[in-house]
Design a protein around this ligand. Structure first.
Ligand SMILES: [Zn+2]
Length: 87
C-alpha cells in the first residue's frame, strides 16, 4: 500500500496548478497531535484501520505547513478523475 500511496502523493505533487505539496508523515516521526509520542504508537494504528494517511501540506510560497488526514480511497478517486480528464 505504501508504494501506491507514495505514487499518488507524488502525482499530486507534480500538479502545476497547486502551490502546495504533500509530504507523508513517517511512522517514526512525532505524531502531529503533539502527544509527544511517535506517529506509529499514536494515531497511526487508527489510520491504518480506516485506510487514512497523515500528510503535511506545505505551501511552496510561504513554507507554511498544515496537517491533513486524507482518505486513501478519496486520494485514489481524485487521481483517477484527473487522469481520465487528461486522456
Ligand atoms: Zn497522535
Amino acid at each position: 500500500m505504501k508504494k501506491t500511496l507514495n505514487s499518488l502523493l507524488s502525482f499530486f505533487n507534480t500538479n502545476d496548478e497547486e502551490e502546495f505539496y504533500y509530504v507523508r508523515i513517517e511512522r517514526n516521526e512525532k505524531c502531529y497531535c503533539e502527544s509527544g509520542k511517535k506517529y506509529k504508537s499514536c494515531h497511526y494504528p487508527d489510520h491504518q484501520k480506516k485506510s487514512k494517511v497523515a500528510v503535511k501540506k506545505i505551501s511552496e510560497t510561504t513554507g507554511e505547513e498544515t496537517i491533513k488526514v486524507l482518505s486513501v480511497k478519496k486520494l485514489r478517486k481524485e487521481y483517477y478523475k484527473v487522469k481520465s480528464n487528461v486522456f
